[in-house]
Design a protein around this ligand. Structure first.
Ligand code: NAD
Length: 478
């Protein structure tokens, strides 16, 4: 079995043990073994990053841009291979895997340009004969902690801006899916970026992640993952005066109004709720539907869901791959029982599927007649489970959509300009979609949410510089 090691100070270094990376479509298929480090490996990676920082943080922007462009080009040239690896380890379909690898390549190329566009300001002083300059500088050594559901795109959208703006990186990928992050690290290691600027340490979150968050040599933490872990990291970072950026969970609403195009509303609801096995932070799990269209919507959803093919992520014709892990599958199935016990009607799916290969397969589930206060409508399930909430009209739909502790993405299906315009203004989500799925975003514009979904500056696009740089104001006597 092939074994993969950590990248520390430009060297591939073994951890303490190796852990198998299993294919959730076929548990008989082990992809490779990946090393598991501990706090000592984090210490070594932070020391390497600290040593590399003075030269890298003052290096020319052409060098940074060339390296990022090279990384982006290689990812794009290998998108089929990287996308297949991603689908094999995470369980999203091969087409989605290739799409995600393509996105990672595009992100590196975007930030290759972005590091050339960093600018400051020269402003007049309120005092005579003084000049004022406002510039942005790197934050320092940053720790990046990523979840399992986007194994290459989320590492890319943290690593690329971190490097573009002159920071050194210690990256900790999700232990469930280290393969794509390792492949990305290998590409970065050959990009011309000096040893120690980028380091990869694999292992458990409670060990590597915790050591990274509490390390005195780390100046900032960018985390994407669950609310519970994020909250804890926020407290630890505040205590240690570290800059912190958190992207966490969602309970995203998709409103369908009476005047919606029914076929379009069904298609975007299915896409939002079930594609990528519902394992997207932007997935819609609350379908808020007005009275007039409700019966037709439920029937049309059931008919459309009957055509969804659940199968091996790598097989031709699969629409939805398996759930990513045993524990996630158990959580999804437990919410089916919770929904039933709360009085919602299981209108479709929700059962474990036995297919040709032994994998974590589950039929996408739709609850009807669900109440806005039920646990299935308040807690993030993070699987192919959606529930329909019936409301009287737009005002109740809007209030229900906003009645959540989360605020990542929110959608509305309507042909009314009045309601679409009002919703864009009054939705309490960071990203709003009109006649589009709640999931599916561009890479050159800000990504992030409000309330319990996000904390700190936005990720992606030019807004990424807010987190990955720090501002300096310099005064000069003429
Ligand atoms: P998770 O919180 O369990 O893990 C995320 C990362 O944190 C992993 O690398 C994990 O190893 C690490 N970690 C775990 N314990 C830690 C600790 N004590 N200290 C430091 N690091 C620790 O989340 P997950 O199960 O990998 O991902 C699913 C979650 O991610 C969902 O809630 C989903 O909504 C969220 N997510 C959010 C976004 C977004 O942009 N808002 C995007 C994707 C996923």
């Amino acid at each position: 079995m092939q074994q993969h090691d950590n990248l520390i100070g430009g060297e591939w270094q073994k951890g303490n043990s190796y852990s198998p990376n299993l294919n959730p479509s076929n548990l008989g298929d082990t992809i490779a073994e990946y090393t598991q480090g501990d706090a000592a490996h984090v210490d070594a990676a932070v020391a390497a990053a600290t040593a590399a920082l003075p030269a890298w943080s003052t290096s020319g922007i052409q060098m940074r841009s060339d390296a990022l462009d090279k990384i982006g080009n290689e990812i794009l040239a290998r998108k089929e291979e990287l996308g297949t690896l991603l689908a094999r380890e995470e369980g999203k379909t091969k087409a989605e895997g290739i799409g995600e690898a393509t996105r990672a390549g595009q992100i590196f190329k975007f930030f290759a340009g972005e590091c050339l566009r960093l600018s400051g300001e020269i402003v007049p002083s309120v005092r005579p004969n003084i000049g004022v300059e406002i510039t942005r500088e790197p934050v320092g050594v940053v720790g990046l902690i990523t979840p399992w559901n986007f194994p290459i795109a989320i590492p890319a959208w943290k690593i690329a801006p971190a490097l573009a703006f002159g920071n050194c990186v210690v990256m900790k990928p999700a232990d469930l899916v280290p393969g794509s992050a390792w492949a990305l690290a290998e590409i970065i290691s050959r990009s011309g970026i000096p040893a120690g600027v980028f380091n990869l340490v694999m292992g458990r979150g409670s060990v590597i992640g915790d050591a990274l968050v509490n390390h005195p040599g780390i100046h900032a933490i960018s985390f994407t993952g669950s609310v519970g872990v994020g909250r804890r990291i926020a407290v630890q970072c505040a205590t240690n005066h570290k800059k912190v950026q958190l992207e966490m969970g969602g309970k995203n609403p998709q409103i369908v109004l009476d005047d919606a195009d029914l076929a379009q509303a069904v298609e975007l609801s299915v896409q939002s709720a079930f594609y990528s096995t519902g394992q997207r932070c932007t997935a819609a799990s609350r379908l808020i539907v007005t009275d007039g269209i409700y019966p037709k919507f439920i029937e049309a959803m059931k008919a459309r869901m009957a055509k969804i093919k659940v199968g091996d992520a790598l097989a031709q014709g699969t629409d939805i791959g398996p759930v990513s892990s045993q524990s996630q599958l158990e959580q999804d199935l437990s919410y089916i029982e919770i929904g039933k016990s709360e009085g919602a009607v299981l209108a479709a799916g929700g059962e474990r599927l036995k297919l040709d290969t032994d994998g974590f397969y589950m039929a996408p589930a739709l609850f009807s007649e669900s109440g806005a206060g039920m646990r299935i409508n308040r807690e993030e399930i993070f699987g192919p489970v959606a529930s329909v909430i019936r409301v009287k009209g737009y005002d109740e739909a809007l209030a229900t959509a906003n009645d959540t502790e989360f605020g990542l993405s929110a959608g509305i299906a309507t042909t009314s300009l009045k309601y679409a315009t009002h919703f864009k203004r009054h939705s309490q989500a960071g990203m709003v979609m009109v006649n589009l799925p709640t999931a599916g975003v561009d890479y050159h514009v800000p990504f992030g949410g409000r309330k319990g979904s996000s904390y700190g500056p936005r990720e992606q696009g030019k807004y990424a510089q807010e987190f990955f740089t720090t501002v300096k104001t310099a005064y000069t006597l003429a």
